[in-house]
Design a protein around this ligand. Sequence first.
Ligand SMILES: Nc1ncnc2c1ncn2[C@@H]1O[C@H](COP(=O)(O)OP(=O)(O)OP(=O)(O)O)[C@@H](O)[C@H]1O
Length: 269
Amino acid sequence: MESRREHDAPSASATPGGSVPALTARGLVREFRGFRAVDGVDLDVAEGGVHALVGPNGAGKTTLFNLLTGFLKPTAGSVRLGGHELAGRSPEAIARLGVARSFQITSLFAELTPRRHVELALASPTGLGWRFWRSDRALARFAGRAGELLDQVGLAGHGDVPAGSLSYGSKRALELALALALNPQVLLLDEPTAGMGVEDVDRTIELIGRIRTGRTVVLVEHNMNVVASLAERVTVLQHGKVLIEGPYAEIRHDPRVITAYLGDSHAVR
Ligand SMILES: Nc1ncnc2c1ncn2[C@@H]1O[C@H](COP(=O)(O)OP(=O)(O)OP(=O)(O)O)[C@@H](O)[C@H]1O
């Protein structure tokens, strides 16, 4: 197990919003065969806040998200959580330091129940590796916590059905429970409402509003109603660079943002 104190002292310089940053990026670059998908991004995510990454298609949001969680290695630049440098670490090491991401439905197992998914996530030190040889007895000690997490995401009544039979919205709620099983300090959500109908979107806004307590949330989100409802700060990306950063109420009327979205199907409303 990695020590949380192995690196230099935490930096505590304030974010543009005035609060202490939980997660920072400086000069972050990711190239794909010479093409800069992320091109010198600086990011300050305030501790305890909800921070949205938005921008037109191809702006670099997913690439940035993957850089923050270690699923991609940066070509250059730094990502820090408190005093820890995250750039270059594995996703597992980053998860152990308290940064977790929600997984997509494709990583759920159709035959396993939601309860068993959550128990296995609780039994795994990073939530990233599934170990199916764990016995019922070994998992029994996680039953209480698994029940709480299912309850927290609104799946209390669906814990014992095959995950494959859950509705789309419930599968996404299960993904959230799996990320929460790590009890992350920073929770990253990649398009948590993608593909959802209005009711599920509203339920997800309410759910994220509940689970954000005591942690920092970063979300990539196309739905501006979700951004407006949840995020204190918004970073708008375009062509791999930060176009503007600020509170939603400020950025939504910025002419640069309106221009960036013109011609894109996800207009800022
Ligand atoms: N593995 C890769 N190889 C080559 N190019 C890539 C790769 N991943 C992303 N890109 C390119 O980098 C740019 C940014 O992609 P990215 O998926 O990060 O954007 P995005 O803002 O998340 O877009 P969307 O909203 O459509 O999901 C795009 O031009 C994309 O084609």
